[in-house]
Unconditional design. Structure first.
Length: 437
């Protein structure tokens, strides 16, 4: 089905392209720590967000011994450990490597794969993309050329519900019956191919991107010059046998799993999954241990979601309400009425030197009834960890104010609302933006 394809690493010193990066890819990993104001930061890639309880325990132990004790969830279903000492690298690598979280040291920063968190768990009858997940991760870790991918390059595996297809990945696979649809960047034209070939086709697309990106030094598909971007799909199709084109527009908004009980397929009515969101993505030690213990009593697995949530599969149906109540009592979001539903924020002050405000405290002071749109609070213009699709963008401004904008289709209107420092209208302005039609 696939012809062989090799690719060279992007030029470390890109020249002449408008989208070329001025410095190397400094995206943090487990073996490359990032210096922050609250200590070193490690980002642990967790393909598909899938953790065994032993791996979850290893993350807790690493954070307890070496960091601030908390586990921080990211917008890609990964985990971050903060407050680390700069010299903890060998011990951290040993702890996580022993738990199977570092299957390849050379590939640890490129294992960026999100997958539909409820795949194979609910009653919608959609294909289970877990075989794609394990297959793609295995291929990535065996690929010499894949080591040249940026730590920001993202794969998405969607089971057909459209949730992770909307996240703006560089390479997306969407299940369509027994077939797979391969999307490169935001293209509305996809390639249809047999589902069994999907993982290898995704890796091929990444290799073709690397070859195309070499002159510009682009890290992601969206960074490529327009002319190069438009030909990527055709270059991939030339190396596929039997692939056909189809139209499939990317969903405009990602819809995360609603918190609560997840009905199981008819054949597994004796068990359900538990879904909970995490306020601002930060899990205190007791909360993480509760989740790990709950998973141990259920199916032995945790799934971290790209919306800073957690899914626990395999809960006995007659015990599920009680287990969900325990998560709720621990401060997790277990229903749609929580004021924290859909609220996100970057780390802000004091953890980030670039932040103009303690945006987590700002968000807590302004939290109110949940709205139609998610809201993300950012301490600076970088907007780290922001959602995709439609969302409310709240950015701290110099002097202590905030600028509020409704984002649609990745673009911002020209008439944002600016709230001055200390204004009592901040909460109402955010609430109004979240209910925008």
């Amino acid at each position: 089905m696939l012809a062989a394809m090799s690719a060279s690493a992007p030029s470390p010193r890109p020249q002449g392209a408008a989208c070329a990066r001025s410095s190397g890819d400094a995206c943090p990993g487990t073996l490359r720590l990032h210096r922050a104001d609250d200590g070193a930061l490690a980002r642990v890639r967790i393909p598909g967000g899938v953790l065994t309880t032993a791996q979850a325990e290893a993350l807790h132990e690493a954070s307890r011994r070496l960091g601030d004790g908390d586990v921080h969830l990211t917008s890609r279903g990964n985990a971050q450990l903060r407050g680390l000492s700069q010299d903890c690298g060998p011990e951290l690598a040993g702890l996580l490597g022993a738990a199977g979280l570092l299957p390849s040291e050379r590939h640890e920063r490129v294992r960026n794969i999100v997958a539909s968190p409820l795949t194979g768990l609910d009653d919608r009858g959609l294909p289970d993309v877990r075989p794609w997940l394990t297959g793609l991760d295995r291929l990535l870790c065996r690929s010499e050329s894949a080591t040249a991918l940026s730590g920001r390059f993202l794969f998405a595996l969607d089971d057909g519900r459209g949730d992770v297809d909307a996240l703006g990945a560089d390479v997306t696979l969407v299940a369509d019956g027994a077939d797979a649809l391969l999307r490169i960047g935001d293209s509305a034209t996809v390639l249809r191919l047999p589902g069994a070939e999907a993982p290898r086709a995704a890796l091929l697309a990444a290799e073709v991107f690397l070859h195309a990106a070499r002159p510009s030094g682009a890290w992601r598909v969206k960074d490529l010059p327009d002319g190069v971007h438009a030909t990527l799909r055709d270059r991939v199709a030339q190396r596929l046998t039997g692939a056909t084109t189809a139209d499939a527009s990317r969903p405009k908004r990602a819809v995360p799993p609603p918190p609560g009980l997840v009905p199981a397929p008819t054949a597994h009515r004796h068990s359900v999954a538990l879904a909970a969101d995490v306020p601002l993505g930060r899990l205190a030690p007791a909360q993480w241990q509760l989740l790990t213990g709950t998973a141990r009593r259920c199916g032995g697995e945790l799934r971290l979601t790209p919306w800073r949530g957690v899914v626990v599969p395999g809960a006995a149906a007659d015990r599920a309400d009680g287990l969900l109540a325990e998560l709720d009592a621990a401060g997790l979001i277990t229903g749609p009425a929580s004021p924290w539903s859909g609220v996100g924020a970057c780390i802000g002050q004091p953890g980030c030197a670039k932040s103009l405000s303690d945006v987590r405290a700002d968000a807590a002071a302004a939290v109110g009834p949940p709205g139609r749109l998610p809201v993300h609070w950012s301490g600076c213009e970088r907007r780290c960890g922001h959602p995709h699709g439609e969302w409310v963008d709240v950015v701290a401004t110099p002097g202590g104010g905030h600028r509020i904008t409704v984002v649609r289709d990745g673009t911002r209107p020209h008439d944002p609302v600016t709230v001055p420092p200390g204004s009592p209208s901040l909460a109402s302005a955010v609430a109004t933006a979240r209910t925008a039609p």
